[in-house]
Design a protein. Structure first.
Ligand code: WTA
Length: 648
């Protein structure tokens, strides 16, 4: 037992091969691409780069690999905005809708490729007039409005790198990120809509701007109509700049390795890391994955990714991938429960969405709200569903499949990270037999392997997920900190990228992601993944969502503590749930204590904060909780924990 990295306890036997109806239209229905990618991954990616993108100058070397630093399509030149906009307009598709934007209060905008190109070109000229030059950094702190995509593409057009900071982050987080990137311009808004109210952004930005010496100009988009202070000389209204900007701004060719953006991601400790992504390789992989993983038919599909542009999913699968492929997308500004719990399904019905991409945390919330919400709407336009961000519990997968997909949409469970830039492990929906809860296999051209503590290849059972060779959209490093880059990703296993995730392989070679390895518990010498116990809990019909942590225990090392949210109107006793887990996984995985709670502490991107739950379970004082979506949840949990005796 001791030599196993992570125990493999849960078994899932359900299988879903692609239906004939889906296969008939699918882009990929066999293993040809995999054979191609495995035979020669560099050649494979070069063919994708040539096929999917328009280059103004050819590369001379496909990949330069100086472990751990890679360069792709070296010597090649292209412009990302040209690839996302101009070439579609030049090909006569200017009237095609790029974005259906739905505001939370119910207002909406339809933006064609030609209109988006004009707006991006104008804003690129506006940025130039503020002194932004190739190589500069521009910070973006906006709500989910079309101007967020416009700002990103305008930067790409002139070779400035953007650094988007999620609009829900505090002024402190914003100023830290601005200062690390030494950004010259900040693009923000007066405010945005959330849960039916305007939240102010500019006042938060103003607070950050007190300690950001690199910022020379601020651009403010009007959205919330809330009162804001404008500092003369520094602050400009977006609409004023646009009124006088020329719509003529040639897209400059960029070196394939030109910095496209920084995106900050928090490590478990220390200051956030500025993850660097560049131009040619990044766009190749996001275009490839968006096309084949989502089986995109750009003429007929309406695609909707519910992420925020502040996260990498928004960068790669709202902006760059879909636009590079000429897709039509929906963007929604607000929360899923405004004005009611069926808002997302009313949007699917309104725009006839055919491809829907969301996160397990959202799916479990929909489960909690109940199947009657989606049942109020005609969801028959949907033909493919996606999931990203966390392991999806098999029961959440089944619920998604039945209640949203009505039993006939494949689900692509896509594993990737801010650092990987694009999807790495995922089914190809016309070719792969799905198993609920498994992200299935590495995509063509990607090398993934599970290894044990010593870095030895594991062919069956649990271990650590590693990536064995470079891929085009891999991070190029951590901004200004190459040592931390080496240390964080390349030091644990020699010659391999360590993703930080546990993973197991089943008898059929399917990959099952087990969550971050710091989420692995050690109970009486058994290393049990929190994900598996959570999935067992969620497979009980009364449970909507569960979070599991290991708390110090004098006898077993760690004890399993579970926090459980019930589905509305349903009940179950603690003893019954413990027995249910014993039945699903084994007695070893029975939670010692179960707390029932109406809510769980989550990061603003929706990941459960297990560290905090561990602190609560172990009775520790909590430190900074400001990165939480809702800090009250923790106070409530602490109260319950101090009142409830634990059961042995
Ligand atoms: C987790 C989000 C299981 C994983 C794109 C990873 C997943 C981290 C999945 C990256 C998935 C993402 N199955 N786990 N399909 N997708 N993760 O940087 O732990 O916000 O390391 O990127 O999310 O999160 P990030």
């Amino acid at each position: 037992m001791a030599d196993k990295a992570i125990d493999d306890l849960m078994l899932e036997n359900r299988k879903f091969p692609p239906s004939d109806a889906f296969k008939r239209r699918a882009l990929i229905t066999d293993t040809g691409l995999y054979d191609d990618g495995n035979a020669d991954y560099e050649g494979f990616w070069a063919r994708q780069a040539a096929d999917l993108l328009t280059w103004s100058k050819d590369w001379h070397t496909i990949c330069e690999w100086n472990l751990p630093f890679s360069k792709w399509f070296v010597g090649g030149e292209l412009n990302v905005a040209y690839n996302c906009l101009d070439r579609h307009v030049l090909a006569g598709r200017g009237d095609k809708v790029a974005f259906y934007w739905e505001g939370e209060p119910g207002d909406s905008r339809v933006i064609t490729y030609a209109e988006l190109l004009a707006e991006v070109s104008k804003f690129a000229n506006a940025l130039k007039s503020l002194g932004v030059r190739k190589g500069d950094r521009v910070n973006i702190y906006l709500p989910m409005i079309p101007e967020a995509a416009v700002a990103m593409l305008a930067c790409a057009r002139i070779g400035a790198a953007h650094s988007v900071v999620f609009g829900g982050f505090s002024s402190q987080s914003l100023s830290d990120r601005i200062n690390d990137a030494e950004a010259k311009v900040l693009i923000t808004a007066d405010g945005g809509y959330r849960r039916g109210e305007v939240f102010a952004l500019k006042p938060q930005a103003d607070e950050a701007l007190q300690s950001t010496p690199s910022i020379e100009s601020v651009v403010v988009v009007r959205r919330g109509n809330n009162p804001v202070d404008m500092q003369a000389g520094r602050d400009h209204w977006y609409h004023d700049l646009m009124a006088s900007a020329s719509p003529d701004c040639p897209a400059e060719p960029m070196d394939s390795e030109q910095l496209l953006f920084l995106l900050y991601t928090s490590g478990t400790t220390g200051k956030p890391k500025g993850i660097m992504h560049t131009t040619g390789g990044y766009l190749t992989q996001v275009a490839f994955t968006h096309k084949y993983v989502f089986d995109l038919h750009p003429e007929t599909d309406i695609y909707w990714c519910t992420a925020d542009v502040g996260w990498v999913t928004g960068h790669s699968y709202i902006v760059y991938g879909p636009l590079a492929n000429g897709a039509t997308s929906v963007i929604y500004e607000g929360v899923p429960n405004y004005p009611a719990n069926d808002r997302l399904w009313s949007i699917v019905e309104k725009y006839k969405v055919s491809i829907f991409y969301t996160a397990p945390t959202a799916i479990r919330t929909f489960m909690k709200w109940g199947g009657e919400e989606p049942a109020k709407h005609d969801l028959s336009s949907l033909r493919l569903l996606g999931s990203v961000g966390e392991p999806i519990n098999p029961e959440a997968w089944m619920w998604y499949h039945e209640h949203i997909g009505r039993g006939n949409c494949p689900i692509v469970d896509t594993w990737w990270q801010t650092e990987t830039g694009g999807i790495m492990i995922s089914p190809l929906p016309g070719a792969t037999t799905l198993k609920p809860g498994s992200a299935t296999f590495a995509l063509p051209g990607i090398g993934a392997e599970v290894v044990d503590d010593e870095g030895k290849h594991v062919s069956r059972g649990g271990g650590y997920l590693t990536l064995t060779h470079p891929w085009p959209s891999m991070l190029r490093g951590i901004w200004k900190d190459p040592d931390r880059y080496r240390d964080a990703y390349w030091s644990r296993f020699e010659g391999r990228y360590f993703a930080g995730d546990g993973c197991k392989l089943d008898d059929d070679g399917y990959l099952w992601l087990l969550g971050r390895v710091d989420d692995v518990m050690n109970v009486s010498g058994h290393r049990i993944s929190t994900t598996e116990v959570e999935s067992a809990l969620v497979s009980h019909p009364s449970v909507a969502e569960a979070a599991v942590v290991g708390a110090n225990d004098p006898t077993t090392g760690q004890a399993i503590i579970a926090y459980v949210i019930l589905r509305s109107g349903l009940e179950v006793g603690e003893g019954d749930l413990r027995n249910h887990v014993a039945k699903e996984i084994g007695a070893i995985a029975k939670p010692k204590t179960i707390y029932f709670t109406p809510d769980l502490p989550k990061t603003r991107s929706g990941k459960i904060m297990r560290r905090l739950l561990r602190d609560v379970a172990e009775g520790r004082n909590l430190g900074d909780t400001t990165t939480l979506a809702d800090a009250n949840v923790v106070n409530e949990l602490q109260k319950r924990a101090s009142e409830a005796p634990s059961e042995d």
